[in-house]
Design a protein around this ligand. Structure first.
Ligand code: PHB
Length: 359
């Protein structure tokens, strides 16, 4: 029998009732202190028929923040808030993993403790502007992390993972994509270090491998995924040889036996015109589950699964506007259009008020 989006799947220890995954989506609607609110519970609960929900990217420490109103995963109150979400999703038969995040240089002192400078592999200022509580403000030159600070960052990932397990998540996804901290180490446009964390592929991938090893030691490899975005230019990112770099990264991750690799197959935020990249070649090097993401529709999702390219497909914007995306795909029903003006911040409008097919 040919597999499709509606087939059951297993990613590590996580059983999926279908292969339609909700992609991680920043929505900027957490409460005071980065604590998930009742409205966030409703939002995720509405989408629990996804085979797997990957939460919005979630800062692992106060220094990991880069946008207003993000939920965190490092205080007891945050854990208690997330627990209500995992319980609601599980009660509906869904599965949910937490995406753990450090933004690195994509931040601003006004978002950080004591107006600290954002941290990064190298002191290279991103082009563009940060979203702050005061509006858009030019990015600043970040501070290059000293090598002896990196064990502290790994420890923050470990603490976040423990907190995620305490909150009842089915696993965690390590965010190593889209120009945030771990991706800043991987790509040479942002990493010009001359120590053990810069230069060769091995050196640039070292922090990701150390984080993965530490997270796997806490959660078990069968509950851990990693997300990469080899050619996404978003956040002023580039690399001199992405195919060789990310082939190396995919192969190097094999040693952990992860639940899955999740790949953004292009550029996000309208940056769709990324340079050519052979995702199929990279996928074949990875011995484990693969979640494909970016601009898939139902037909292309089914084709990716039938061909063996992907084990599951992550849908982002379609899940914003269609809490019952699985039902709609099944029925070949029309999809609601997403309203981009309500993606970030606000309350129910554009968040929990998109209509279901059946009331
Ligand atoms: C965003 O807020 O635009 C954003 C956050 C996390 C990502 C990508 C984009 O991985």
């Amino acid at each position: 029998m040919t597999l499709n989006l509606f087939s059951h799947a297993k990613l590590g220890s996580i059983s999926l009732s279908n292969r339609i995954v909700m992609a991680p989506l920043t929505r900027n609607r957490a409460g005071e202190g980065g604590v998930p609110q009742p409205i966030n519970v409703t939002y995720y609960e509405q989408r629990a028929t996804a085979g797997l929900i990957i939460t919005e990217a979630t800062p692992i420490s106060a220094m990991a923040h880069g946008y207003p109103l993000l939920p965190g995963i490092y205080t007891d109150a945050q854990v208690a808030g997330w627990k209500k979400i995992t319980e609601a999703v599980h009660a509906k038969g869904g599965k949910i993993v937490l995406q753990i995040w450090h933004v690195g240089r994509i931040s601003h002192p006004s978002l950080l403790p004591d107006n600290a400078l954002p941290v990064a592999p190298s002191a290279i200022k991103p082009a563009g502007q940060a979203f702050t509580y005061q509006g858009l403000v030019d990015y600043v030159e970040p501070r290059a992390l000293a090598a002896d600070e990196l064990p502290g960052i790994v420890a923050d990932y470990v603490h976040a993972t423990r907190s995620a397990l305490d909150a009842g998540f089915d696993g965690v996804e390590i965010h190593a994509a889209n120009g945030y901290l771990l991706d800043q180490f991987l790509r040479d446009g942002t990493n010009q270090r001359t120590d053990d964390y810069g230069g060769s592929f091995e050196n640039r991938a070292r922090l990701l491998m150390q984080v993965t090893e530490a997270v796997v030691a806490v959660a078990g490899a069968d509950k851990v995924g990693v997300r990469l975005s080899p050619v996404n230019p978003f956040n002023d990112m580039k690399d001199s040889n992405p195919q060789a770099l990310f082939n190396y990264v995919a192969e190097s991750l094999n040693r952990f036996g992860l639940a899955y690799l999740h790949v953004v197959e292009g550029g996000i935020h309208g940056g769709g015109e990324s340079e050519p990249f052979d995702f199929s070649a990279m996928r074949k090097l990875f011995k484990g589950g693969y979640i494909a993401n970016l601009a898939y529709d139902k037909a292309r999702g089914n084709a990716a699964i039938a061909s063996g390219h992907a084990d599951a497909v992550a849908y982002g914007v379609p899940f914003i506007a269609n809490p019952d995306l699985v039902e709609r795909f099944k029925a070949d029903a029309p999809l609601n259009d997403a309203d981009a003006s309500t993606f970030y911040g606000g309350a129910e409008k554009g968040y929990t008020d998109y209509p279901f097919l059946k009331a």
